[in-house]
Design a binder for this molecule. Structure first.
Ligand SMILES: NC(=O)c1ccc[n+]([C@@H]2O[C@H](COP(=O)([O-])OP(=O)(O)OC[C@H]3O[C@@H](n4cnc5c(N)ncnc54)[C@H](OP(=O)(O)O)[C@@H]3O)[C@@H](O)[C@H]2O)c1
Length: 250
């Protein structure tokens, strides 16, 4: 029987690649995002019987609820939720950061993710489905300027593990994927600069959106008795930032 996934943030990067990978493997996908033309292009590429576009801002809870309530019957039974929509804004130290950027990250990466998960949970339990959340290594390892983004991803990582406890005995599988550097529109969104994005990824041989999408697909298609709790991936070129010491000047 064809299974259905709900992928938030499918207009770019990891979410888009996940929809492509799942559809190629025989899944149907609800693909969400704010950029309608990108979702329309996905439908044109993969087929309206395989992809259902849902245009909404995840921070707008009422519109999200209405879009879910209006899903056509063949897309309404969700077997897999991929909590992917998210972003970082800014790299300034906390003492200089823009509070609006902080609020946007909390609203998107935390509040909207929690609301979407809660909304789809009853159906996922009924169907013994799965939840895959895209957390981040930023939730485990601190770097300067990470501040609220890192905090929001620590929440995503930990909330996902906490869900496992509450879903005990339901058969629902829950996984947090925690990637390091993936070349997507992420850095462009974070900095507002294509140059900064190109500079970050140049010569770094970063992971691709397809690397993470293949991981989502692998997890989604594991036998039902097996749960990957969390999985951390990095490009070979990336490792841990290490500790710094601020010294008195002589
Ligand atoms: N790239 C990395 O190095 C990296 C590493 C670790 C974790 N991650 C995580 O991976 C996830 C995907 O990021 P990405 O790297 O693929 O970035 P991306 O290319 O910028 O894609 C982000 C996606 O999230 C959606 N999104 C953002 N805000 C939204 C909102 N308010 N409402 C609806 N959709 C929204 C965007 O859609 P619209 O703009 O069309 O709405 C887009 O489809 C994020 O949770 C990110 O934190 C990324």
């Amino acid at each position: 029987m064809t299974k259905t996934a709900f992928v938030s943030g499918a207009t770019a990067g990891i979410g888009k690649a996940t929809v492509v990978a799942l559809v190629k493997a025989g899944w149907r996908c609800v693909a969400t995002g704010r950029r309608k033309e990108r979702l329309d292009a996905l439908v044109a590429e993969l087929g309206a019987d395989k992809v259902h576009p849902c245009v909404f801002d995840v921070r707008d809870g009422e519109t999200m609820d209405a879009a879910i309530a209006a899903l056509p019957a063949e897309f309404a039974g969700i077997d897999l939720l991929v909590n992917n929509a998210g972003l970082a804004q800014g790299l300034a130290p906390a003492q200089e950061a823009d509070l609006d950027d902080w609020q946007t990250m909390i609203d998107t990466n935390v509040s909207a993710m929690v609301r979407l998960t809660r909304k789809l949970l009853p159906g996922l339990i009924e169907r013994k489905g799965a939840i895959v959340t895209i957390g981040s290594v930023a939730g485990s390892y601190i770097y300067p300027g990470g501040n609220v983004y890192a905090g929001s991803k620590a929440f995503a990582n930990h909330f996902t593990l906490a869900l496992r406890a509450d879903l005990h005995g339901t058969g629902v599988r829950v996984t947090c994927i925690e990637p390091g550097m993936v070349e997507t529109e992420f850095t462009m969104v974070r900095t507002g600069s294509q140059q900064a994005s190109d500079d970050l990824y140049r010569g770094a041989d970063p992971m691709t959106a397809e690397d993470i999408a293949d991981t989502v697909l692998w997890i989604a298609e594991l036998p039902p008795h097996l749960n990957i709790n969390r999985i951390e991936l990095m490009p070979v070129t990336q490792d841990f930032a290490g500790f710094r010491v601020a010294r008195d000047k002589d």
